[in-house]
Ligand binder design. Structure first.
Ligand SMILES: Nc1ncnc2c1ncn2[C@@H]1O[C@H](COP(=O)(O)OP(=O)(O)O)[C@@H](O)[C@H]1O
Ligand SMILES: [Mg+2]
Length: 269
């Protein structure tokens, strides 16, 4: 069977080289960057390039150690151990991506610690055993800087082994390419949306910078690809979700009207 296509990812800096080097050295990776800037897509592309399975865990605030490691479940009157995603990744030598690890409960550090340090081992207390990570296992965590993080509870010696990769929003020329590709819109439409996004990110309004993400611009582009005029698409996909404040909304609508030209659907001119 042939391999699937590489997930579409356009590098912004040297992140692919840094990730590859960390992977080869068995070092854990931290991806820092705002929501919607390409962290998940980047890991998917790297898993493809390095030919490793990818196990993704979307963290949330009551994610427990058992959710990661596994638990005994009752199956037809018998109790049976079922590996959690982290254990599966450790055994298979997969890339394990803990998405938004900030959300995880502090006690999960206990299992992440020996995996992240030189031991590369996962202790499974309930089974009374310790599993050595298979070659190819790589722990990747993402987080949004500025939040409380379980990472801050790691020992300094472990933190110092982490390889950090900062992923910001791509520069305009790259972001235009991405929006055009992902939304299936023409280069001019993509450029208009990106110019708008960049302008919103320059505003001082707290919180707005982050939310005018690449993902949001792609969503607007997808509406345009369905025939919506760019202005209408941006109102629905950019202004609407970003804020509930009527004053801020009015300001955004003005920007949309200024940056996105005429309110015509593509092909309707
Ligand atoms: N550098 C990039 N190359 C290709 N696509 C990108 C890139 N950055 C962002 N994207 C697009 O933006 C969307 C949101 O990115 P995602 O990886 O889900 O963000 P995050 O995980 O940081 O929240 C992706 O689905 C992808 O379409
Ligand atoms: Mg993500």
């Amino acid at each position: 069977m042939g391999r699937a296509q590489r997930p579409y990812y356009v590098p912004v800096g040297n992140e692919e080289q840094v990730f590859t080097a960390a992977f080869r050295q068995g070092l854990p990776v931290v991806l820092k960057g705002p929501t919607g800037c390409g962290k998940t897509r980047f890991v998917q592309a790297m898993a493809y390039d390095l030919d490793r399975p990818l196990v993704t865990v979307a963290c949330h605030d009551d994610l427990t150690t058992a959710d990661l490691v596994g638990r005994f479940l009752l199956r037809g009157g018998e109790t049976e151990w079922v590996d959690g995603p982290l254990t599966r990744a450790v055994r298979e030598g997969a890339i394990c991506y803990l998405d938004e690890v900030v959300e995880a409960r502090q006690d999960t550090t206990v299992v992440l610690h020996p995996l992240a340090d030189h031991r590369r081992q996962l202790p499974i207390d309930r089974l009374g055993l310790t599993v050595d990570a298979a070659p190819g296992f790589c722990l990747v965590v993402s987080y949004n800087p500025g939040y409380q993080s379980v990472l801050k509870d790691l020992k300094d010696s472990t933190r110092q082994r982490l390889v950090a990769i900062e992923l910001g929003f791509p520069p305009p020329d790259v972001e235009e390419k991405i929006v055009a590709h992902e939304a299936g819109v023409d280069p001019d439409t993509a450029a208009g949306l990106v110019t708008l996004g960049q302008a919103i990110r320059r505003l001082e309004t707290p919180g707005l910078r982050e939310v005018a993400s690449t993902r949001v611009l792609i969503t607007a582009g997808r509406l345009v690809s369905e025939g919506l005029a760019p202005r209408a698409a941006a109102r629905a996909a950019v202004a609407g979700p970003l804020t509930d404040d009527p004053v801020v909304t009015a300001g955004l609508v003005q920007m949309i009207d200024a940056y996105l030209g005429e309110n015509l659907a593509p092909g309707s001119a």
